[in-house]
Design a protein around this ligand. Structure first.
Ligand code: ATP
Ligand code: MG
Ligand code: ZN
Length: 328
């Protein structure tokens, strides 16, 4: 199980709320309809009494089959009359039934599939939404915004090593990230943020997260070391319903921070590749940030992973001097 119990609880609570609301609305409609036409109540009662009459017929013995056929016909006629009455007053035919948001599970979160009780897709979706919400509460997003991103930390003089002035280069990166966040869609491209430590990679990825969340999308942020621990834990989890990989694969935007600082193994590498690849294949963006150069990435990770990143992600090279030192 990949989600915390609080995520499960809030997802189950959301569904229960939905179910209750549908039932309350149906009750309110019933009272309204009874008030408009008392015949509706009579019909409902008569339909219910067909059920008890059927039980009685079986218990009494005699020509049960003939009795059942009669009851069935009576029941059908009553139902037809009730439907016609409802439609006549401008309601839908099933206005007396609760209108659940999910027809598959009637908002219970579980449905039957080949004789087995399985988690409904609506509960899975709700778990993803709640996991994203929980993440928003844990990560101190408000600290890293575009407003608090300041270009003055980057030098305007040309760095002889690169021939580039960090200020102007970072100005372009900031602009790109702002436009990315403001125009974000769940089919947006992926981004690879590369560069030395303390240059604002985490800051800008969280600034994007802030804006994308504000616009109503589900964002997951995870550091690579944290991700590897989660993946290892999942490996030994027996029940994989609603596991963490599913949230990471399904959310609108996934941010993997500090790639290269994790304790990776062939297993976690292949899981990481699968995660990245399945997101790329379904056009779901990932933002990866790393201190590693492309050459180091190629050395440390499988070539298929690196070539996947190369093909799918816009590369942003962060330049400048470590801001953590500069700001002291
Ligand atoms: N341009 C900026 N304006 C204001 N604050 C910044 C800027 N860039 C970075 N910071 C702040 O400096 C600190 C270090 O930046 P950040 O964590 O984003 O660096 P990083 O590139 O992710 O480093 P690392 O590779 O070590 O993870 C953070 O507190 C961040 O909020
Ligand atoms: Mg960082
Ligand atoms: Zn459902």
């Amino acid at each position: 199980m990949g989600y915390s119990s609080s995520v499960y609880k809030s997802a189950a609570d959301k569904l229960a709320e939905r179910r209750l609301a549908a039932e309350k609305q149906a009750d309110a409609r019933r009272s309204e309809i009874y008030a408009r036409d008392p015949r509706a109540r009579e019909l409902e009662q008569a339909i219910a009494s067909c059920g008890t009459a059927a039980v009685r017929a079986v218990l009494n013995g005699g020509d049960v089959a003939a009795e059942m056929t009669k009851l069935k016909e009576k029941n059908l006629a009553l139902q037809q009359e009730l439907r016609a009455l409802l439609v006549g007053y401008g309601y839908s035919e099933n206005a007396l039934e609760p209108q659940y948001a999910c027809e598959k599970c009637n908002d219970t979160g579980y449905c039957e599939q080949q004789g087995r009780t399985v988690m409904c897709t609506c509960l899975k979706q709700q778990l993803v939404a709640c996991a994203c919400e929980e993440f928003n509460r844990i990560v101190p997003l408000q600290l890293s915004t575009f407003e608090s991103f300041c270009l003055d930390y980057y030098s305007k003089s040309v760095d002889p090593a690169t021939g580039i002035a960090p200020y102007y280069h970072m100005e372009k990166i900031e602009k790109f990230c702002k436009a990315y966040a403001q125009g974000f869609t769940p089919q947006a491209q992926s981004i690879l943020m590369k560069g030395a430590t303390g240059l604002g990679k985490t800051h800008l990825s969280l600034a994007i997260a802030n804006e994308v969340i504000r616009r109503g999308y589900g964002v997951m942020y995870v550091s690579a070391p944290e991700l590897v621990i989660k993946l290892e834990r999942e490996r030994f989890a027996r029940d994989r319903d609603g596991d963490i990989l599913e949230t990471l694969t399904a959310c609108d935007l996934l941010i993997i921070d500090d790639l290269g600082t994790e304790n990776h193994s062939p297993y976690t590498d292949s899981q990481l590749y699968t995660l990245f690849n399945s997101r790329v294949l379904s056009h779901r963006p990932v933002i990866i940030s790393t201190n590693l150069t492309m050459a180091q990435l190629e050395k440390d990770y499988s070539s298929r992973f690196v070539s996947r990143i190369n093909g799918a992600a816009q590369k942003l090279d962060f330049l400048g001097k470590d801001l953590r030192i500069k700001r002291i």
